[in-house]
Design a protein around this ligand. Structure first.
Ligand code: GCO
Ligand code: MN
Ligand code: MN
Length: 390
């Protein structure tokens, strides 16, 4: 363990949103508990901690009512901070939830002029992201939902959502931005119900778009856990579909409000398997932390939080290496996965000959059911390893 100090480096591709370390501790019951940290300071401090880059919503950087000259001044200051530190902006997104205009949705608002405003705001934000070098564009439709289903036909909402994404894919192509879109699901909060509530629902929706190849998903740990789902499974499905374009890493204590906790602070076993999966899958995208520090922290605590997210990821990565090199664990896995070559050959793609053969096989189900599966031992070895007693 001494040989690994878990020091984050840009090559690990760790990123944070300006809104994450910039979170001031506001919640529905109380106001900010810490001061604003400027975007340029965020860039500088994260780079000192070993991060690769920062991501942003348009209004994390530029106030919604900024003049054109103010905008340009802010962008050039920000670009200078990026250049000075070597930090990147791999992902950009639009704030389509904060302003009152989005109270009934953005792309799915019942008001066509609000839908137009959402398109306008997103195109301007895509221009900004492209100027900063972003190649991934995230869509999190926090207000795309409903409390009163009588007011909106959910099929109509899906149609509007699809039209907006198709329109914006064309805009990216037309401008030569080369964006990949990543859709982020969440079951509720701030809306009573948000449309397309899970990563699985997003994957189904993507297949109905005009440019499905341009569009993938941005799963978030806490959002799947809010629905009681297994995040490792959701990410596996996205990877297997070639659709993991971005990922929001954080943590959560089970199904309740969105907590955005420090990565790896709660769901240790599930997130160990997640990191193992990401590292072994060839996923090359950013490891983005969409989390924030406890409300009880001051700015110093925010940097402890940020360092902790990256450190926990690297600890899980090291544990995955140990898991793969552990002779006892690997022997158990070999035993569990053992198969006769003639059986393996019969599985897989259909042929009439195979079907005939399978129908005549002598398969003794009582014998098959009696085969012991050493899962208790395997899981306990995993726990021993994760708790550091192995
Ligand atoms: C949330 C979301 C957001 C999005 C962000 C980028 O629950 O607040 O996770 O943080 O990820 O808007 O799209
Ligand atoms: Mn969240
Ligand atoms: Mn998120």
């Amino acid at each position: 363990m001494a040989s690994n100090n878990f020091q984050p480096k840009p090559e690990h591709k760790f990123t944070f949103g300006l809104w994450t370390v910039g979170n001031r501790g506001r919640d529905p019951f109380g106001d900010a508990t810490r001061a604003t940290i400027s975007p340029t300071r965020i860039v500088q401090r994260l780079s000192e901690l070993g991060a690769y880059g920062v991501n942003l919503h348009d209004n994390d950087l530029i106030p919604i009512d900024a003049s054109a000259s103010e905008r340009d001044r802010i962008v050039s200051e920000f670009k200078k901070a990026l250049d000075d530190s070597g930090m990147k902006v791999p992902m950009a997104t639009t704030n389509l939830f904060y302003d009152a205009v989005f109270k009934d949705g953005a792309f799915t608002s019942n008001d066509a002029r609000v839908r137009l405003y959402a398109l306008q705001k997103t195109m301007r934000s895509m221009d900004l992201g492209a100027e900063l070098g972003a190649k991934i564009y995230v869509f999190w439709g926090g207000r795309e939902g409903a409390e009163v289903d009588a007011a909106k036909d959910a099929r109509e909402a899906l149609k509007w959502n699809r039209e907006a994404l198709d329109f914006l894919c064309e805009y990216s192509i037309d401008q030569g931005y080369g964006y990949k879109f990543a859709l982020e699901a969440k079951p509720n909060e701030p809306r009573g119900d948000i449309y397309l509530p899970t990563t699985g629902a997003m994957l189904g929706f993507i297949a109905t778009l005009d440019h499905p190849d341009m569009v993938g998903v941005n799963p978030e740990v806490g959002h799947e856990q809010m629905s009681g789902l297994n995040f490792y499974h959701a990410v596996a499905q996205a990877l297997e579909a070639g659709k993991l374009f971005h990922i929001d890493l954080n943590d959560q204590k089970g199904p309740r409000f969105d907590q955005d906790l420090r990565f790896g602070s709660e769901s240790i076993k599930n997130l160990f398997f997640l990191v193992k999966l990401l590292e072994e899958s060839g996923y090359e995208g950013p490891r983005h932390f969409d989390a924030h520090s406890y409300r009880s922290e001051n700015e110093d605590g925010v940097w402890v939080f940020a360092a902790g997210c990256m450190r926990n990821y690297l600890i899980f990565k090291e544990k995955a290496r140990q898991f793969n090199e552990d002779a006892e664990i690997q022997a158990l896995l070999k035993e569990i996965h053992a198969a006769a070559p003639e059986d393996s050959e019969l599985l897989g793609r259909y042929s009439r000959a195979k079907a005939e053969k399978i129908k005549t096989l002598q398969l003794d189900r009582t014998h098959l059911a009696a085969k012991p599966l050493p899962y208790e031992r395997l899981d306990q070895l995993t726990i021993d390893l994760l708790l550091g007693v192995r």
